[in-house]
Design a protein around this ligand. Structure first.
Ligand SMILES: [Zn+2]
Length: 451
């Protein structure tokens, strides 16, 4: 079959995430980038398609490294709209425990559609609810990801420490260790793709120190090592969690992580807020990744992740929108703006540039997921792109197009490409009836809360 060669020419601005010049655009052959062009340069070989990007800012497809898709059904729920993490969770657990396969399918479609429209091409999800009838939750999500043509790191979450044993979640929401581990193994064997261009990957993700046993943490680390997949969990999100770890395990969070064999480069953590200097140095030396979720951290008043210190220590850092019950949006370009603003509050304006934050949302996030084939624009990488126009009122009078994306608050991509295929054209997702999805999702959300 003849190769499809697409020339994306002369962008208004382009961010390659690696300091290379691509002001003349780039050339894509099938699913990969094959050439970056300097100003005035033309492709080395004839192209079958040409897209004139003079009105577009071109970015590598954004990569989201923490979410709970199912939570799109419980956004802005009045009883917890102004609660911190623990009471927020305790009120929501019984609601979430009623989740059905059909509701999860709709919730995942909504979360992924929102992400895609915000310029995201790869999304990680952390799913840890498997009530009766929803044993195949991850299988449901795989289908949704395939339908939308995005890439995903679906993490098989777990909860195994219920209230009866000192944990936070109600007993009926936790699973036995054997069930968790055998389902994890099944999912890896069935779905985990390896190598460049992978669409679906599986990670193992016990939920948090206060909802799983040490045994499941240890066993997950061993299984991840054996199967060569990644490990993910929530850590150091709140001071309540730190107090829980001291009380339950007699350890601070990083000591606990170390004690169960998780302090290494296979692991990426959501939040990572409450670390002392020594802990930051240990995480950096171990190469353990941190996903910063600024909106969620502000919404629940959890604290500010020390991104600059973590990065200086050598820890990979990236971004995540977190579950939609604590954000409550799934918009990754807006999340990058939040990261810029929040981190400036901590480290000053000069230290946190738009380019640095866009680097977290792309190359940094790719590192968290252990991927070398996405997150930057250079020959050999996958053709995952997000293109934004700056023609809305909010951009009028702006000068630097890259800075304008974050400072003026871009919230929607005009075009998105995944592996050489356009998934969003003129701000619309190919093959998805958003109005219909929204109607069904709204019904599902009200049913979940009134059941
Ligand atoms: Zn989370």
């Amino acid at each position: 079959m003849a190769a499809t060669r697409i020339w994306i020419s002369n962008p208004l601005a382009i961010f390659t995430a690696n300091d290379q010049d691509a002001s003349g655009g780039l050339v894509i052959e099938n699913d990969r980038i094959v050439e970056l062009l300097g100003a005035g340069q033309r492709p080395a070989h004839p192209c079958t398609q040409h897209f004139d990007a003079r009105e577009h800012v071109v970015l590598p497809g954004l990569i989201n490294t923490h979410h709970h898709f199912y939570q799109t059904l419980t956004r802005a729920w009045a009883p917890v709209a102004s609660q911190p993490l623990f009471p927020w969770l305790q009120a929501l657990y019984p609601v979430w425990a009623r989740l059905t396969a059909e509701q999860l399918e709709l919730a995942s479609q909504v979360a992924l559609a929102e992400l895609l429209l915000s310029g995201c091409t790869t999304a990680a999800d952390h799913h840890y609810l498997f009530p009766d009838g929803l044993e195949q939750a991850i299988d449901v999500q795989v289908e949704v990801v395939r339908k939308l043509g995005m890439r995903a790191m679906l993490s098989r979450g777990s909860m195994s420490l219920g209230e009866a044993d000192g944990g936070l979640p109600p007993q009926h929401t936790v699973q036995d260790a054997e069930v968790i581990l055998s389902d994890s193994q099944r999912l890896i064997q069935r779905y985990h793709e390896r190598g460049d261009g992978a669409q679906i990957q599986i990670a193992l993700a016990p939920c948090s120190p206060f909802s799983v046993t040490r045994e499941i943490m240890r066993a997950s680390a061993e299984l991840a090592e054996q199967e060569d997949v990644r490990l993910h969990t929530h850590l150091a999100e709140t001071l309540d969690e730190e107090a829980f770890c001291l009380r339950q395990f007699g350890l601070r969070t990083v000591d606990y992580l170390d004690s169960v064999g998780w302090l290494g480069p296979r692991t990426w953590l959501a939040h990572g807020i409450h670390f002392d200097e020594q802990e930051i140095a240990r995480l950096g030396a171990a190469g353990t990744g941190i996903c910063h979720c600024p909106s969620s951290n502000m919404r629940l008043a959890s604290g500010i992740c020390p991104m600059d210190a973590l990065e200086a220590a050598g820890a990979p850092v990236g971004l995540g929108v977190d579950g939609s019950a604590s954000n409550d949006a799934s918009n990754l370009i807006l999340e990058a703006r939040q990261a810029l603003l929040l981190q400036r509050l901590r480290y000053g304006a000069a230290a946190i540039t738009p380019e640095r934050v866009l680097g977290w949302a792309t190359r940094g996030s790719a590192r968290l997921l252990g991927r070398h084939d996405i997150g930057e624009l250079t020959p050999g990488k996958q053709a995952d792109l997000a293109l934004f126009r700056l023609d809305e009122l909010r951009f009028s009078g702006s000068h630097d197009p890259l800075a304008a994306l974050l400072l003026c608050g871009a919230d929607r991509a005009d075009r998105v490409m995944v592996g050489g295929r356009w998934r969003v054209l003129d701000g619309q997702i190919e093959g998805l009836d958003v109005a219909r999805l929204q109607a069904l999702h709204r019904q599902a959300a009200s049913k979940l809360l009134t059941a």
